[in-house]
Design a protein. Structure first.
Length: 131
């Protein structure tokens, strides 16, 4: 069996939304793999920057959620192929990372209402799997 990778916008928080339980049961989020390798302040900072989407419901506080994910089949042992995964922050004109937008107006100034999610995969190890 070969691992299946899935990449996409799940239109719900992958970590908490009940309709996405099937995804959580059958796939591993590469952000979870990356998070397990961190400790202390690095781990806290990683979790605080995991949101890929900012939603501003009328009259309610903003919701920062992880709607986007790169996942692989649970049980496929692909953890060893994931070198890194993270959510890339938007950056200001000087190249400094920006936090989550505090208002809908601030979010609307960004190129997208989603932040970029990326991972580095060790293809040499992945392609060396025996068939």
């Amino acid at each position: 069996d070969h691992p299946i990778f899935t990449i996409g916008d799940h239109n719900g928080d992958l970590r908490t939304d009940p309709p996405l339980q099937g995804v959580r049961d059958n796939f591993v989020d590469t952000l979870d793999v990356a998070a397990k390798r961190l400790t202390g302040a690095e781990a806290v900072a990683f979790e605080n920057n995991r949101a890929t989407h900012a939603y501003f419901p009328d009259g309610a506080p903003p919701k920062y959620q992880q709607l986007d994910a790169i996942c692989f089949t649970r049980g496929s042992n692909c953890e060893k192929f994931v070198v890194n995964a993270q959510v890339e922050p938007y950056r200001d004109g000087a190249g400094n990372p920006m936090g989550n937008p505090a208002t809908k107006g601030a979010r609307d100034q960004l190129p997208s209402d989603h932040r970029l999610l990326w991972m580095t995969l060790d293809f040499a190890k992945l392609f060396s799997l025996k068939k």
